[in-house]
Design a binder for this molecule. Structure first.
Ligand code: ZN
Ligand code: ZN
Length: 103
């Protein structure tokens, strides 16, 4: 898994159990594929991804989904800042690439 979120991809980032799938922090129409390309994803177990109780998982939990997108954007921007952009430039570059800003 190519991930800009974590280098520890063998364990669920929420509970530490063995990874069974990957979560794209940015998702939605036309967005998930960009997140895939950019590595804005992390390791999760099925329960914490989309199969556990609704209050324990990321998907279909509106607050968790909103936070996921904010974290994804921050990680993406941090990457660009590390490559030499200012924070404002990185924010604009994110908006341009993804067509949206969650922050
Ligand atoms: Zn888990
Ligand atoms: Zn997901």
């Amino acid at each position: 898994m190519k991930s800009i979120i974590t280098k520890y991809t063998k364990n669920c980032m929420i509970c530490g159990k063995p990874t069974t799938t990957e979560h794209h922090f940015l998702f939605g129409k036309g967005i998930r594929s960009l997140a895939d390309e950019d590595g804005v994803k992390g390791p999760v177990c099925d329960e914490h991804h989309n199969m556990g109780e609704i209050t324990r998982r990321i998907h279909d939990n509106s607050a968790a989904e909103a936070l996921s997108k904010m974290v994804g954007q921050l990680a993406w921007e941090k990457n660009r800042v590390a490559a030499g952009m200012t924070e404002d430039e990185a924010r604009e570059a994110f908006r341009k690439r993804y067509g949206v800003s969650y922050l």
